[in-house]
Design a binder for this molecule. Sequence first.
Ligand SMILES: Nc1ncnc2c1ncn2[C@@H]1O[C@H](COP(=O)(O)OP(=O)(O)OP(=O)(O)O)[C@@H](O)[C@H]1O
Length: 374
Amino acid sequence: MPHKVSLSRLKLTDFRNYAAVSLILDGRHAVLTGNNGAGKTNLMEAVSLLSPGRGLRRAAYSDITRVGAAGGFSIFAALDGMEGEVEIGTGIDAGEETTTRRLRINGTAAKTADELTDHLRLLWLTPAMDGLFTGASSDRRRFLDRLVLSLDPAHGRRASDFERAMRSRNKLLDEGRFDPSWLAGIEEQMASLGIAMALARQEMLGLLTRLIEERPENSPFPSASLQLSGFMDGQFSRPSVDLEDEYAAMLAESRYRDAGAGRTLDGPHRADLIVHHREKAMEAERCSTGEQKALLVGLVLAHARLVGNLTGHAPILLLDEIAAHLDEGRRAALFDLIDGLGGQAFMTGTDRAMFSALGDRAQVFTVADGRVFE
Ligand SMILES: Nc1ncnc2c1ncn2[C@@H]1O[C@H](COP(=O)(O)OP(=O)(O)OP(=O)(O)O)[C@@H](O)[C@H]1O
């Protein structure tokens, strides 16, 4: 069983609808109940900002600051971590229109947000992800990249460097500057970054697939089969240098076509994650709404198990409205699965009774109008 990392304190100032709120957590799962608009998801969002990136809503930091606040927002959290207690502080200052936030870990300014992954891994599932299988491929790519990032923090840097190189290529082509050596230099960089990205995604799908295939037969959730499509399909068992050469050649050959299209038409930025419902052998997008939700829950829980197995530390899970629309039996089975992962989970719902099957495995909070009480 992986080690547990749990949040022991959470303090928010001028965060969304909270002027000031403080929670003491006892290490069990945390259930947040309350009416619509009470501030349950806002609390989850605050916790999600203890991982690199912009949190579970991908919000602009200026939108997070409480309307009417004089300063910026701040989040303080204490963790019972991998090596004792860790204190994390993050936020922005008054009136800042910024894309970066302050981050202090144990009182010291962090150089990059990636340092957070040394202390905890966070995974989430929110109702906004319900349309994942039927929506835009960019959402599935982002979902997949988050899966990769949670195990390989360098993936984010590779993706942003690739984007930057691709933008320079697009600009040169757009301006009609077909300087072959300049373009070849950029394309070489795109090839090495792009193939590394594709291989990291492929490796993650391989690991997840293996884990899903080993799952116990009595899981109440369907299992997913996962494939990448849209970029160098079926090629990834070849040596990476060959793939890089091939992608660089592909880019060199398609300069005039891409100049006409106004963008680069081949690359890892066009890949898609294709999911099938394994037992029904059906594409996820053609499954019913309930089946799609169950597939997604199964996938996120499998990923959580993988992160725990590979890092030795169970991730903290943020599961927004996870129990809604499930009957009592499936809800109880879901709670057992979550609990069996060995980590701390935050769960929200409007009705406290929905969580009764958790019994004393959870600390239950009521959220109302920007206040939280047990
Ligand atoms: N920057 C902000 N300043 C003040 N209030 C905000 C800010 N951003 C969002 N809110 C408010 O926070 C409230 C709580 O939102 P939240 O999404 O957490 O609700 P919830 O409890 O998850 O509700 P539901 O059950 O409907 O999902 C909303 O009424 C929203 O308008």
